[in-house]
Design a protein around this ligand. Sequence first.
Ligand SMILES: [Zn+2]
Length: 152
Amino acid sequence: MTDLFPENTFTDADELRTFILAGNAKFTVRSEVTLRHFTYKARKPSDGQTTFIHRLAFGGTYVYLGTIFPNGEFTSTRKTLPSERIGEAFVAFDWLWRWLTEKGRMPLKVTIWHEGRCGMCGRDLTDPVSVKAGYGPECRRIMLRHGMMYDR
Ligand SMILES: [Zn+2]
């Protein structure tokens, strides 16, 4: 796990939602009550319409949890293992996503940070501006061109 620097943390619901939907996002959510944390991968398949959510499992592998559909809804699908559907990581992401989409606010008493990689292409972020933004320079240009928000 990457060390936690303030620059890595998300404080704005719209920015975090944009990051999760950027195509290649990795981020960690930690409860400040229980101090339990989950790391997620949010990847867009080539159709560019949906976003697949995986959780980091023991041993560094990722396990599929569900899909964010174009209408903004996150649900489990046929490919979700039954044990995952009731698992803590699924419940935690579902809860987070509802805060971001239904309330449009950051949830309370959690810390969420990206893992030092560009949310769009997944490459390592090496300069302070990119780390703060959560995207590398190339991807920031693409996002600006498409009117997507990245300013942090
Ligand atoms: Zn990038």
